[in-house]
Design a protein around this ligand. Structure first.
Ligand code: MCA
Ligand code: AMP
Length: 474
């Protein structure tokens, strides 16, 4: 059962927890959560799909949990979403209402508020494990983000496999300050805590000081967060009493790993996955934690490396290949995108798009991505194509090429090369703002470079590696 620990019968039997969820300055007991979320369930039961503007708030928690209880699929919409991306998510997903926080532009959909103090003790039957719980949108190399439907059984399988790898129990206190519209913060952090039955604390912005201020046993962070913790010895020292520091969503740089060991006494756990597959690899609480390596397959997961022709690549710790995964948490296709779904699978194996090596003991190291057009910045996945299309929508932009440039703190930072019309006075700020307005604030280029022309190869294709090299050396 997805929400075993939220079962009203368990609450009635005395299995309450006074501080089950703390977020945005509010603490909910388990009975508060069950009562208020069941009241949300009453208001949405029977709806086909709802959108939730996923700010880190009690309202978002109750909206998502209410829908889980009622068996209504939720589309978490990024809190900083822009107009084009929001319209796409609503149309593509077929959401019929906004639940929880009211968006500034509801796009013609009705709004159902969440009432923090309403309570219902109605008992809903557990929905079918194959039912879709969430549809999370994620970027590809081109076009607008694709919807990834996540089934209850897939989510449950991932959480249980992670619990086994991390010895995660109801005695833990899980702390993070990540967004509630992605797998990391929402599925693993919030739903994981509800399923396992541990206390969950959302810190708001994931600053080192905010992490240090909560006495947790498990802390989640993207590498950017850990890099900031590693640069703040005083806050880092406060994490010594934790059980596990867990990093994921992008590669954790070895110097950050080493510094965390020094300052906190903990070798961080690294785990790897994607929106499509959820988490498939992790180092284990009782196993080797090797800097630069993301661990072993979780329970039920198989992996393999193939070359460009699809032939097997040896797992010798050195030979690189394209990583493919299979397991009970892996999705079964994008929403409304049979073309993209067909491309994503190789004979039942999910093509991750990541390049990796596997050693003889089964340890995995992610070497990079197959395409330069998928950028990971601060743990956010951003498609070069979606930003280029947005920039080209500006009347003064003649050509645009977006690249991810290596960055110590963000992993990659988004840099846009733009050829502007000769008579225009368009500014970098104007273009950055356009991306924030249309897509999401976190997809804004950090830098816009104006050029007279873009470098192209003999085929006329922009040579992005040249742009990356140029932006990296200056
Ligand atoms: C940022 N700023 C900018 C620009 N970019 N200003 C102008 N132009 C720009 N291009 C501003 C920000 O608004 C902010 O302002 C300030 O600069 C600092 O920005 P930043 O360095 O980005 O810091 P941040 O806002 O604190 O964000 C860092 C972050 C964030 C908190 C680490 O990137 C984040 O939440 N990442 C998590 C992503 C995540 O959860 N991914 C999971 C997906 P001001 O200070 O005024 O606000 S992956 C997943 O789900 C899978 C399955 C997995 O493996 O986990
Ligand atoms: P997303 O769908 O946003 O979770 O992005 C998934 C991608 O993030 C993966 O395909 C990888 O490229 C990258 N990624 C996630 N976790 C890690 C990790 N621990 N190390 C390196 N890359 C990672």
């Amino acid at each position: 059962m997805l929400l075993a620990s939220l079962n009203p019968a368990a609450v009635a039997a005395g299995a309450d927890l006074p501080d089950a969820v703390t977020i945005d300055g509010t603490t909910l007991s388990r009975s508060d959560l069950v009562g208020a979320a069941t009241s949300v369930a009453e208001r949405v039961a029977g709806l086909s799909r709802v959108a939730v503007l996923a700010t880190p708030s009690v309202s978002t928690v109750l909206a998502v949990v209410g829908c889980l209880i009622a068996g209504v699929p939720v589309v978490p919409v990024p809190a900083d979403v822009g107009a084009t991306e929001r319209a796409h998510m609503l149309t593509d997903s077929g959401a019929v209402a906004w639940l929880g926080e009211a968006p500034e532009q509801p796009g013609g959909l009705p709004h159902i508020p969440v009432r923090l103090y309403a309570r219902s003790w109605h008992r809903y039957r557990e929905p079918d494990p194959a039912a879709v719980a969430l549809i999370i949108y994620t970027s590809g190399t081109t076009g607008l983000p694709k919807g990834v439907p996540m089934r209850r059984a897939q989510i449950a399988a991932d959480i249980d496999a992670l619990a086994a790898a991390w010895a995660w129990t109801a005695d833990d206190v899980l702390v993070h300050g990540l967004p509630l519209f992605h797998v990391h913060g929402l599925v693993l952090g919030l739903l994981g805590s509800l399923r396992i039955g541990n206390r969950f604390v959302h810190t708001g912005k994931p600053t080192p000081q905010a992490y240090a201020a909560v006495a947790g046993t498990m802390y989640f962070g993207v590498p950017t967060v850990w890099s900031r913790v590693a640069a703040d010895p005083e806050s880092a020292a406060a994490l010594r009493s934790a059980r596990l520091l867990i990093s994921g969503s992008a590669a954790l740089p070895t110097p950050v790993f080493d510094r965390l060991v020094e300052l906190t006494g903990h070798a961080p756990i690294e785990r790897y996955g994607s929106t499509e597959s959820m988490i498939t690899l992790s180092t284990r609480v009782d196993g080797e934690r090797r800097p630069g390596w993301v661990g072993l397959p979780l329970e039920g997961v198989s992996t393999r490396l193939v070359d460009e022709a699809g032939a097997a690549v040896p797992c010798d710790g050195e030979t690189i290949g394209l990583l493919e995964v299979r397991g009970p948490m892996v999705f079964d296709g994008y929403l409304n995108r049979p073309d993209a779904t067909a491309e994503a699978f190789d004979d039942g194996w999910y093509r991750t798009g990541d390049v990796a090596v596997i050693d003889a003991d089964g340890m995995h190291r992610i070497v990079g991505r197959e395409s330069v057009d998928l950028i990971k910045t601060g743990g956010f996945r951003v498609g070069a194509g979606e930003i280029e299309t947005t920039l080209l929508g500006h009347p003064a932009v003649v050509e645009a090429a977006v690249v991810g440039v290596p960055d110590d703190e963000l992993g990659q930072r988004i840099v846009a090369y733009v050829v502007a019309a000769s008579d225009s006075s368009v500014t970098a700020e104007e273009l950055t703002e356009l991306v924030a307005q249309q897509l999401s604030a976190h997809k804004r280029p950090r830098e816009v470079r104006f050029a007279d022309a873009l470098p192209r190869n003999a085929m006329g294709k922009v040579t992005k590696k040249q742009l990356i090299a140029e932006a990296s050396t200056e």
